[in-house]
Design a protein around this ligand. Structure first.
Ligand code: E4P
Length: 219
């Protein structure tokens, strides 16, 4: 399973890139609103220079024609930009029009297998089930990821499954076990994924034992 960062924060993306495990980024208008800039285009372009893999940027207009027009503009920002289109009837029409132009779409805000299936059939390169938001609403978000993975495999649909709206490391574990192609994670979750108290204890003990050997050598 690949790891994408779910943020529009340049510093977090630079830090994540240094770890060598981040192969893409997803942004959205709410993540962008947290940053101290109004220039979405500049932010996305900068992210695309830091991470060479897929960088998702969301279309934020309504109406099929307007969405297609904005998607074309976003797709021209960088070769690795992927356009996020919401899982609505309009979004479906837009996705299939963009797929014909070979513009990569991330079919986002997916909350059901039907939405994911239609997005894949329309030619989306990625579909994003929102695990955390489903959990919040009293459903089992990861069950949806499992269903989408199984269905895409059964029908040999090429769309990649991004487990999105990830809230904690346990979600990452479950997404990997479910066979998600990608988990897009907040920076905090990425840092939590590597942490283990027994590793910290082990490192501290090895260091102190090594110091006692060094002192012996000095005798
Ligand atoms: C995915 O592409 C979205 O940006 C994201 O995962 C949404 O997560 P949230 O439910 O934490 O806002």
């Amino acid at each position: 399973m690949e790891i994408f960062l779910d943020t529009a924060n340049i510093e977090q993306i630079r830090q994540g890139a240094k770890l060598g495990v981040v192969s893409g980024v997803t942004t959205n208008p709410s993540l962008m609103a947290k940053e101290d800039t109004a220039d979405y285009e500049a932010v996305v372009k900068e992210i695309c220079t830091i991470i060479p893999g897929p960088v998702s940027a969301e279309v934020v207009v309504e109406g099929t024609e307007a969405m297609i027009e904005e998607a074309r503009k976003i797709a021209a920002w960088a070769p690795n930009v992927v356009v996020k289109i919401p899982a609505t009837a309009e979004g479906l029409e837009v996705t299939s029009a963009l797929a014909k132009e070979t513009i990569k779409v991330n079919f986002t805000l997916c909350f059901s297998l039907n939405q994911a299936l239609l997005g894949a059939l329309a030619g989306a390169a990625f579909v994003s089930p929102f695990v955390g938001r489903l959990d919040d609403a009293g459903h089992d978000g990861m069950e949806l990821v499992e269903d989408i993975v199984d269905t895409f495999e059964y029908y040999q649909l090429p769309a990649k499954v991004i487990a999105a709206s990830i809230r904690h490391p346990q979600h990452c574990l479950a997404a990997a076990k479910a066979g998600a192609d990608i988990a897009t994670v907040p920076y905090k979750v990425l840092t939590q994924m590597i942490q283990h108290p027994l590793t910290d204890v082990g490192v501290a003990r090895f260091l102190s034992d090594w110091q006692s050997i060094s002192k012996r050598k000095g005798k």
